[in-house]
Design a binder for this molecule. Structure first.
Ligand SMILES: O=C([O-])CC(=O)C(=O)O
Ligand SMILES: [Mg+2]
Length: 604
């Protein structure tokens, strides 16, 4: 059948088609990324049949948004002049996925796989997301933590094609003009980093670009945010990392970081330029800024722009969701727990702040809630009488009236926590002794090792299960494989903000939420935790399985959108009658776009 139609078209229709294409002056080139204005049906409304304005010939194969590779049909190959540029067999999308996965598995290491996935994203976006959605569990660690950490460290070596914008301090005064070089006008979600604290790896300068790219890939793969709405940005204000400055392949500015007023003015201009270019409702997600800027900038911008800080608020939300699920396993009421945090940076403070909200909902006063939380930083337990240098405003809230305690193990001895949460980005810190102590204090201790990438995790899943004799409830920021221990299989959950930010992004881009109050992250946490079934809890999972993530993200988005309409901070009007259905219709699908004119038939 296929072969017959192939010959039929070849023999009888090719000359006529070519001629038709010329007659209606099919444009040879359109903007490589933007097809949203090129509506097939709209073009079909004209009396005379005209062809949709897609690139033709080789250019079509270079257009990642509509390229289908070997899945282009005979008709498409003929009509768009790509016949002969591809081998004769027409693949199904499923076969394309299988071919890609087989190649991927044959590659020597994860960095090669990262590069290969990035190249697929540049070449055939639909196929990239089909692979990412069908093989989420396998692909996520390659496009995201932990491999993205390695990719950032090697970014100068592996950079090939632009996936976002690089805006440097040298662009100061002209940031809007740089934005104008981005080929899409309707951008609704930006993830931006200044590269100063990439995961737990420290200052990587503009090599940090891998993070916004990875995060936005998950916006689409995990929540179905259309990729054309997404823009990754690296702000380059220099780097204080000597190794990078001396790396001959480094692609960023070779200068130390600009700070103070010059930095602040630069970020101000950046924020204003986003609004000028893309509008007030464009989401700006801050990612992997250093502590000292992260809190400050969040406070400064949160009420003026549509913005949030993922490391503070997204991580807080996913961790609180994990806490709410974990107490369903341990059987303790939330207010009967004590929480020790190892690390007192963005993640720990963010989680603590949201946890206080959750404890308040259970009837505690703010003061009582804060007393349940114990932060340990590089100097030990955070206590009120810290000598010279003092404590930042954020840490101050959690300072206890206590003698200084230097070591984590001593803190645990004295505080007797039920939760031990690591988010210091310092690598192994939950020793066998510490983990064992947790299981002496608690029947079911809860251990979260949230630091990323894997090399920075406070302990491995195996270490946690073994030291606690399989009794602990465990989650980690980067994925760990299942653990077989004493004849039982333990499934470690991934307490990563990727359970939260894609759903938050989906709500914002579909309903035009103008501001992002903290309440949204509490609602997201509750909704996420509600998606955890008793079966999940039974195997120790405090998050839903990753296979359900698209539905989970949509559920989060619906709850957030409801809240936004209630509080009058959604700008899409009128409110859709059925929010869930509405949001679902806006979720990206991996079906190839039909690029044949709607009324075209080969019988013509
Ligand atoms: O990227 C991740 O995996 C989570 C995160 O935001 C971080 O560790 O900074
Ligand atoms: Mg981050």
């Amino acid at each position: 059948m296929l072969v017959r139609s192939y010959f039929k078209i070849n023999r009888f229709h090719l000359p006529r088609l070519s001629c038709l294409a010329f007659q209606h002056s099919l444009p040879r080139k359109t903007n490589a990324f933007s097809h949203q204005s090129l509506d097939t049906n709209a073009s079909m409304n004209s009396e005379k049949m005209s062809l949709p304005r897609y690139p033709t010939g080789y250019d079509l194969l270079l257009d990642r948004r509509i390229n289908k590779g070997t899945a282009f049909t005979i008709e498409e190959r003929q009509l768009y002049r790509i016949h002969g540029l591809l081998p004769p067999t027409i693949s199904t999308p499923q076969l394309q996925v299988e071919r890609f996965i087989e190649n991927l598995r044959n590659m020597p290491d994860d960095l090669s796989r990262y590069i290969s996935l990035g190249a697929l994203q540049d070449r055939n976006e639909k196929l990239f997301y089909r692979v990412a959605m069908e093989y989420t569990q396998e692909i996520m660690p390659l496009v995201y933590t932990p491999t993205v950490g390695l990719a950032c460290q090697k970014y100068g070596l592996i950079f090939s094609k632009p996936k976002g914008l690089f805006i440097s301090i040298l662009d100061k005064g002209h940031i809007y003009d740089v934005f104008c070089n981005w080929p899409v006008d309707d951008v609704r979600a930006i993830v931006v980093t200044d590269g100063e604290r990439i995961l737990g790896l420290g200052d990587l300068g503009c090599n940090g670009m891998g993070i916004p790219v990875g995060k936005l890939s998950l916006y689409t793969a995990l929540a179905g945010v259309p990729p054309e709405y997404c823009l990754p940005i690296a702000l380059d204000v220099g780097t204080n990392n000597g190794n990078i400055l001396n790396d001959k392949y480094y692609l960023g500015l070779r200068q130390t970081r600009v700070t103070g007023k010059e930095y602040d003015d630069f970020i101000d201009e950046f924020m204003q330029a986003v609004v000028k270019r893309f509008g007030q409702q464009c989401l700006i997600q801050f990612e992997d800024f250093a502590n000292h800027n992260a809190f400050r900038l969040l406070k400064k911008y949160r009420d003026i722009y549509c913005t949030f800080n993922d490391d503070i608020q997204g991580t807080a939300s996913v961790a609180v969701a994990g806490i709410l699920s974990a107490i369903r396993i341990t059987g303790k009421n939330l207010i009967d727990n004590r929480f020790v945090f190892y690390g007192a940076g963005e993640a720990s403070i963010g989680i603590s702040n949201l946890l206080v909200v959750a404890l308040e909902r259970e009837g505690l006063s703010t003061e009582e809630a804060r007393k349940k939380i114990f932060l340990v930083d590089s100097k030990g337990l955070i206590v009120k009488n810290r000598p010279a240098g003092g404590l930042s405003e954020e840490k101050q809230r959690y300072a206890h009236e206590h003698e200084p305690i230097r070591n984590l193990i001593d803190v645990i001895q004295i505080v007797k926590p039920s939760f031990l949460i690591g988010a210091a980005g310092q690598g192994p810190a939950f020793t066998h002794d510490i983990l064992q102590l947790m299981s002496l204090i608690n029947q079911r201790p809860v251990i979260f090792a949230l630091s990323n990438p894997t090399s920075k995790a406070e302990c491995t899943a195996r270490e946690a299960y073994e030291a606690t004799n399989g009794q602990c409830v465990f989650a980690s920021g980067s994925p760990f494989p299942n653990v077989e221990y004493n004849g039982k299989t333990y499934i470690p959950g991934q307490g990563n903000n990727s359970y939260i930010f894609p759903g938050v992004g989906l709500a914002i881009v579909t309903c035009g939420i103008r501001h992002i109050p903290d309440e949204l992250f509490y609602l997201a946490a509750k909704t996420l935790s509600q998606q955890v079934t008793n079966d999940d809890l039974q195997v120790g999972l405090v998050y839903p399985p990753i296979e359900k993530i698209r539905d989970v993200s949509r559920k989060i988005a619906v709850v957030l959108a409801e809240y936004a309409y209630e509080k009058n901070i959604a700008s899409l009007y009128p409110k859709p009658n059925h929010l869930e259905k509405f949001i679902q219709t806006k979720q990206y699908t991996v079906e190839y776009q039909d690029i044949l004119p709607a009324r075209w038939s080969w019988a013509n």
